[in-house]
Design a protein around this ligand. Structure first.
Ligand code: GGG
Length: 326
C-alpha cells in the first residue's frame, strides 16, 4: 500500500531538516509517495499568500504531512495546516538521550497540547489606536477531546503521572472549564492525576522533571512548557511532535525556523527525523519507528553531532550517520 506524504519544508532550517527526514524514510522498505508543497515567509513575499491553495489541498488530500518550520508567517501557515489535517492534539515528547549534555537527564515527559483553541484562535483586533484584544476560546468539547486523548495516551504508554496544567485561579471561566472537564474525564476513567497552576508548573518542571510523565495542557501553555522542557534535555533540536486528528496527522519538529543558523547546513535534524519516526508509528510501522529512534539515539550518543550539541558536524553528516545506523 502506498502512503502519500505531503512534504512542506516551510521556512529557514525547515528547508534543511525536512529533506533529511525524507531521506531517512526513503531508506526504509516502505512505499511512500512524497509530494512537496510550498509555504511560508518567502512564498508570501513572492505571491502574497503564505499558504497557497495547492499546498492546502496537498495537505488535505495526503495520508499525512511532514512539516519543517514556520517563521514570521506561523499564524498563516502552521495553524491552518494543523486545522486542515483535523488535528486536535499536539503530542510533544521531551526526552533526555544518553550522551547528550542535558541539564536534567532524568526528563521523560510528553506534553499533550490542545491544538485548536485557547489563545491561538487568531481572533484579534485593534479596537482603537493603542488598544488591542484577543479572544481566548475554550470549549467543553475540545477540552474533553484533549483530556481523553491525554489519559488514554498515558495508559497506553505506561506513564504513571498525569498532570493537568491550567490557570483557573485567574482565567476562571476558560481554564475553569478546561480543568473541570479534564477532571471529569479522569473520574470517568478512575485515573489518578495531579493538577498544576501552569506558572508554578514551569518552576517545578525545571527543579523536578522526574515528577512528571504526561502533561495535558491548554494550547499556549503546551507550546511554552514544551520549549522549556527542550531546555532541560539539550535544546530544541531534540523535540519531535505529532499533530493528531481522527483521520489524518501532521508531523513536525517543535523548533521553528532558526533564522540565526538557516542556510549554514548545520541545523540538528534529530527533531525532524524523530518526527518522521512518529509518522511511522502513526501508520503502524512500529518496528521501523523504533529502528529510526534507535539510530538517532546511537548517533546522539556516539556522534557525529551538530554545533548545538557541541559538535561540528553538518546536517548532512548527521543524516548520513543515522541512515548508516539503520
Ligand atoms: N515546527 C514548529 C514551528 O514551526 N514552530 C514555530 C511556531 O511559531 N510555532 C507555533 C506553534 O507551534 O504553535
Amino acid at each position: 500500500m502506498t502512503h502519500e506524504i505531503a512534504v512542506i519544508p516551510g521556512d529557514g532550517i525547515g528547508q534543511e531538516v525536512t529533506p533529511a527526514a525524507v531521506e531517512v524514510l526513503e531508506a526504509l522498505d516502505i512505499d511512500f509517495d512524497f509530494v512537496e508543497g510550498d509555504a511560508g515567509d518567502a512564498v508570501k513575499e513572492a505571491t502574497g499568500d503564505a499558504l497557497p491553495e495547492e499546498t492546502r489541498e496537498l495537505a488535505a488530500d495526503a495520508d499525512a504531512t511532514l512539516f519543517g518550520a514556520a517563521g514570521e508567517t506561523a499564524a498563516d501557515v502552521i495553524l491552518p495546516l494543523r486545522s486542515i489535517v483535523g488535528s486536535f492534539a499536539n503530542v510533544r515528547p521531551a526526552r533526555a538521550y544518553p550522551g547528550v549534555d542535558a541539564v536534567k537527564p532524568e526528563t521523560d515527559i510528553v506534553f499533550i497540547r490542545e491544538n485548536t483553541e485557547g489563545v491561538y484562535t487568531g481572533i484579534e483586533s485593534e479596537i482603537t489606536e493603542g488598544v488591542t484584544t484577543l479572544t481566548r476560546v475554550v470549549t467543553e468539547d475540545a477540552s474533553r477531546e484533549i483530556a481523553e486523548y491525554g489519559f488514554d495516551y498515558a495508559r497506553q504508554n505506561d506513564f504513571e503521572d498525569v498532570t493537568i496544567a491550567h490557570k483557573a485561579n485567574v482565567m476562571r471561566q476558560t481554564d475553569g472549564l478546561f480543568l473541570e472537564t479534564a477532571e471529569a474525564v479522569a473520574a470517568e476513567r478512575d485515573a489518578e492525576y495531579d493538577t498544576a497552576l501552569m506558572d508554578a508548573l514551569a518552576m517545578h518542571l525545571i527543579m523536578n522533571p522526574d515528577d512528571y510523565g504526561v502533561v495535558i495542557c491548554p494550547n499556549l501553555a503546551g507550546d511554552m512548557l514544551s520549549d522549556l522542557a527542550a531546555g532541560l534535555v539539550g535544546g530544541l533540536g531534540l523535540l519531535p511532535s505529532a499533530n493528531v486528528g481522527p483521520d489524518n496527522a501532521l508531523f513536525e519538529p517543535v523548533h521553528g525556523s532558526a533564522p540565526d543558523i538557516a542556510g549554514e547546513g548545520v541545523a540538528n535534524p534529530s527533531a525532524m527525523i524523530l518526527s518522521a519516526a512518529m509518522l511511522l508509528d502513526h501508520f503502524g510501522y512500529d518496528e521501523e519507528g523504533d529502528r529510526v529512534r534507535t539510530a538517532v539515539e546511537d548517533v546522539l550518543e556516539n556522534g557525529p553531532t551538530t554545533p548545538d550539541l557541541g559538535g561540528d558536524a553538518s546536517t548532512e553528516d548527521v543524516t548520513a550517520a543515522v541512515i548508516d545506523h539503520l
